[in-house]
Design a protein around this ligand. Structure first.
Ligand code: AMP
Length: 421
């Protein structure tokens, strides 16, 4: 029987992993720049956590989760997003009691959603996300947005716009929810069955509906911004003021509500018109979630965060830099006798910190030179019968094609000199 990867999953082959590593390096560098530390939580959690944290009216929870029973009959779910696990770990490990009030963490890894696979949509995909927990301040919202912008700029993406909106606090959301219900009630019968369920449970979600996106009632729907309480409005105004101060281009997008249930106050998305992604592509987004930590049993703790889909960012990174890194030396044994000595030289060079490979296929000079080429080896180290007897090698600089005899004990020194180390 032939096996294939499950639908919606992909293999990341060695050549592509180099590009992934580059992306991960950039993300880690920006994180360190913003003094944001990594946190790693389990790939699966109790299903109840996601029902609670992500919200049981969101599409992610109602339609897309990979849920299974473990051998003791407990319901487990492969994480569909990163915030719930971080929030659970924050409470369980009493991170709120740490002396530093603001906790800034990032996560990076695979997420799982049972979606219809299509370009840019997979069932196992990757996210990089940041959570800043502990302080309710527009400064922290803006710190988050700036970090997200720094990342897309570091990746070389052009034509980036920050889209922002405010959902307000609980009081604002209650008023807005009622206004939405009044607005949609007369046309409810024309909306999809999901929206009819959403109408009672979470009418905000109707604004997010892909099926009813073109229904005329969408365009005339009430706007969150008009229902903000005074303090929620002050928070949002300060966010805008700080963005102005930092000279960031942004658009107030009153239709932006974001897909997950836990958001309050500021929500944002980064949209890029870079030709690599196509006009108006969302690269990532996030927002404030002041109720979440309490919702899952912790003390009332404000939070704000964002997540990027790494597959998207990989496209952004482009292919121009596909130039993979070469090795420093390729050791080429010729004949059986040379093989043992070659292995010793390879191990000795690696122990000295060089990246080195060799031929185990027993090929002749021509085949081995082809490999040295493919591996972009800076040097070839040729080792035949005479060399083994005389305890020296032929050291060939593959860029100048100059070759010289070097005694075994001088190989390290010569390589260091040649590589400018
Ligand atoms: P969300 O957690 O839904 O706000 O998504 C954040 C980002 O993750 C999106 O902007 C996408 O780039 C990415 N993303 C979400 N779902 C998928 C998926 N099924 N496949 C690939 N990327 C995804």
């Amino acid at each position: 029987m032939k096996y294939s990867a499950p639908r919606g999953t992909v293999d990341i082959l060695p050549e592509e992993c180099e590009k992934w590593e580059k992306l991960e390096r950039i993300l880690r560098t920006v994180a360190s720049n913003y003094h944001v530390k990594e946190m790693r939580t389990p790939i699966f959690e109790h299903t109840e956590l996601f029902n609670r944290a992500v919200g049981d009216t969101s599409d992610v929870v109602t339609k897309e989760m990979y849920t299974f029973e473990d051998r003791k009959g407990r319901s487990m779910t492969l994480r569909p997003e990163g915030t719930a696990g971080i929030a659970r770990a924050y409470v369980e490990n009493k991170m709120y009691a740490r002396p530093e009030k603001l906790t800034k963490v990032f996560y990076m890894g695979p997420m799982f959603r049972y979606e219809r696979p299509q370009s840019g949509r997979q069932r196992q995909f990757h996210q990089f996300g940041v959570e800043m927990l502990g302080i309710e301040s527009p400064y922290v919202d803006v710190e988050c947005m700036m970090m997200a912008i720094t990342i897309v700029k570091a990746l070389g993406l052009k034509n980036i716009t920050l889209h922002i909106n405010s959902l307000g606090d609980e009081e604002s959301r209650d008023a807005f929810r009622a206004a939405l219900q009044d607005h949609f009630r007369p046309v409810l019968g024309e909306l999809c069955s999901d929206c009819q369920t959403r109408f009672d449970k979470n009418p905000l979600r109707i604004l997010d509906c892909k099926v009813d996106a073109d229904h005329p009632s969408m365009k005339t729907a009430p706007k969150t911004i008009d229902y903000l309480t005074e303090s929620a409005k002050a928070h949002f105004d300060k966010v805008c003021e700080l963005l102005d101060m930092l000279e960031v281009d942004y658009v107030i997008d009153t239709n932006l509500v974001r897909g997950l249930d836990y958001y309050s106050h500021t929500v944002f998305e980064i949209i890029s018109d870079d030709p690599k992604l196509g006009a108006g592509s969302t690269v990532g987004g996030g927002g404030r979630y002041n109720g979440l930590i309490e919702e899952i049993g912790g003390p009332s703790t404000p939070g704000v965060g964002f997540a990027f889909g790494l597959e998207r960012l990989m496209i952004a990174l482009g292919d121009e830099d596909e130039d993979s890194q070469g090795i420093e030396a390729y050791v080429m044994p010729l004949g059986d006798e040379a093989k043992d000595v070659a292995m010793q030289i390879v191990m000795m060079l690696r122990a000295n910190g060089f990246s080195v490979d060799t031929d185990y296929a027993g090929r002749g000079l021509k085949g081995q030179f082809k490999s040295a080429d493919r591996f972009k080896a800076a040097y070839s180290i040729i080792l035949g019968e005479d060399e083994v007897k005389g305890e020296y090698v032929q050291l060939r600089d593959n860029s100048t094609k100059e070759q010289k005899q070097v005694a075994f004990e001088d190989i390290v020194k010569e390589l260091e000199k040649g590589l400018g180390l």
